[in-house]
Design a protein around this ligand. Sequence first.
Ligand code: ADP
Length: 295
Amino acid sequence: MSTETQAQYQFIDKIIQHHLGENTEVNDREFFYGGNFNLAVRVQLQNKQEYFIKWNQGDHQGFFEAESKNLTLIGTTSSISVPAVIGTGHMEDKEYLMMECIPSGEKAANYWVDFGEKLARLHKNSSAKGHGLDYTNYIGAAPQINSWNQDGIAFFIEHRLRNQLARAIYDRKIDAALEAKFESLFEKLPSLLPNEKSALLHGDLWSGNVMTNPDGFVTLVDPACYFGFREAELAFTTMFGGFEEGFYEAYHANFPIEKGFHERIPLYNLYPLLVHVNLFGEGYLPAVKKIVDSY
Ligand code: ADP
């Protein structure tokens, strides 16, 4: 075993023993090296109990503390399944999150309908404070500022679009001409979007964050939650595809949205697209420009 692997094993054992007791013995470890900056491992103990641990170099301050709060917030609504948090903290120079492990199951016949109903139930949680959240969290590696605002459109412009736009301008990925087009779009947004009541969102709802648990139903991982426009969440699900028709039908039957949603999808998806420009590069700019130009 290389010294690096040995160090990783010891690091994981330390986390396990910190949370479950000195004498806890690890039986097996399966590492995941995603494209992201986080590392992850599925740990099996001698007693066959399994846990899932994610960690990073600690260079994204408060990353897992926020993810832990996100999971707990969604979990307390009892609307849709998320992994239970065991603990979060610093170990050596790293930040980590230890949670329940969700083994993958086979989809039940009514998986998508059940998922649509559960997401509608999650979205029925609103906040009297309006749109936002009590803490800053992350979407992917990008900080997500969630300062409360009673006006959903103002929140969407300020803390979703303009915040990402500012970073892209700073990094010289977006020029003055495109910035001006964004500014004129911001003026039009109040007449283009319904100013919905805030809804608790998962916030990063693409197929990579949707698991099938051993019961055959949905468990969501990796939330970037906040109280915001539920239409933005539904729009997000269309970005990389993979959600079946039964999901949308069940959602709409349980929590109808205003007419004309399909025309609004590109506007909501400007947010994840700008995040992608900032995190992954200018390959996503043509899609951004196309949307901005069409308004
Ligand atoms: P990242 O923050 O690096 O994107 P994710 O939380 O999205 O990591 O996890 C990456 C993958 O690991 C997920 O797509 C899922 O397959 C798996 N995963 C995440 N959380 C768990 C868990 N609690 N139990 C089992 N597998 C998990």
